[in-house]
Design a protein around this ligand. Structure first.
Ligand code: 13P
Length: 293
């Protein structure tokens, strides 16, 4: 059994000075591609899904699928709720058997974000599961499962991060430091000065969202400064759909779905491998005992 808690993955990454890649998924092929890439590189990995992706797959089916795929693999795998929008959604995912949950109260005033996150932390900790929180507004450069287009990025205030972590009891958190979801319209300029101040004030593992398009040297610098989990989504969907579009154009009148989807899946394996290597988790898998949850 190689399903572990997200908390276990992150503390291993923190101690080993690397980050775990968290890939969003919304179907079987996508999930198989992520697990195949991680297995080939002997890397721990996080399979994550936002509410829209969970609703699309059905949470019970999703967890059963990941568990069935992962339990024979020699790598540790966590199942994570990405951008949980409410306490109810977090509890639903704990019941499905997720081994990590995020509660995203970043659009709320700090005090309300703390109070809501605290409630999610109480429920998750009672199940032995860790919680990721969020401070600042991580915008959305292009439409995707995390929500509509939102060009506004509100940078995290390090003092607020300190209060948030201390009072909410979160196990990890994502801070907005100039990162955005989707395809960046210009080269992302991460505020490493903020990251440094945040790290100095908080001691829980940090999470970087909007991994698509952030240059490798910036990812590595962020990891050196305490980032232990990096989320990737758009880059996988883009690679999949571009490959599928080409395959369809090259094979008019061919209705063999498996044949047409296979090149797209191969492309996702390749992209996932690139990103696992970028975050330096290749070769870092250990023999996991498995989460009891
Ligand atoms: P990208 O789609 O920009 O890779 O971001 C993914 C993400 O942060 C999911 O929470």
């Amino acid at each position: 059994m190689s399903i572990v808690t997200g908390k276990e993955l992150l503390s291993h990454a923190e101690a080993g000075h690397y980050a775990v890649a968290a890939f969003n998924t919304n179907d079987m092929e996508y999930t198989q591609a992520i697990l195949e890439a991680a297995t080939e590189l002997h890397s721990p990995v996080i399979i994550e899904a936002a509410k829209s992706e969970i609703d699309y797959m059905d949470g019970h089916v999703f967890v059963a699928m990941v568990r069935a795929m992962a339990e024979r693999l020699p790598i540790p795998v966590a199942i994570h709720l990405d951008h949980g929008p409410s306490y109810e959604e977090a509890v639903r995912c704990l019941n499905y058997g997720f081994t990590s949950v995020m509660y995203d109260g970043s659009s709320l005033p700090l005090r309300e974000n703390i109070e809501m996150t605290k409630k999610v932390v109480a429920a998750a900790h009672a199940c032995g599961i860790g919680v990721e929180g969020e401070i600042g507004v991580i915008g959305q450069a292009a439409d995707g499962p995390e929500g509509g287009v939102n060009d506004m990025t509100g940078l995290a205030d390090p003092k607020e991060c300190e209060i948030f972590v201390k009072e909410s009891g979160v196990d990890s958190f994502a801070a907005a430091i100039g990162n955005m979801h989707g395809i960046y319209k210009r080269k992302p300029e991460l505020r490493f000065d903020l990251l440094e101040d945040i790290r100095r004030r908080t001691r829980v593992p940090l999470v970087l969202h909007g991994g698509t398009g952030i240059p490798e040297e910036d990812l590595r610098k962020a990891i050196k400064m305490g980032v232990c989990k990096i989320n990737f989504s758009t880059v996988m969907r883009k690679g999949c759909l571009e490959t599928l579009a080409k395959t369809l154009a090259d094979n008019p009148g061919d209705w063999d779905l498996m044949k047409l989807l296979t090149p797209a899946k191969r492309k996702m394996v390749e992209i996932a491998k690139q990103h696992i290597t970028m975050v330096m988790s290749d070769g870092k898998a250990w023999q996991a005992k498995g989460a009891s949850h």
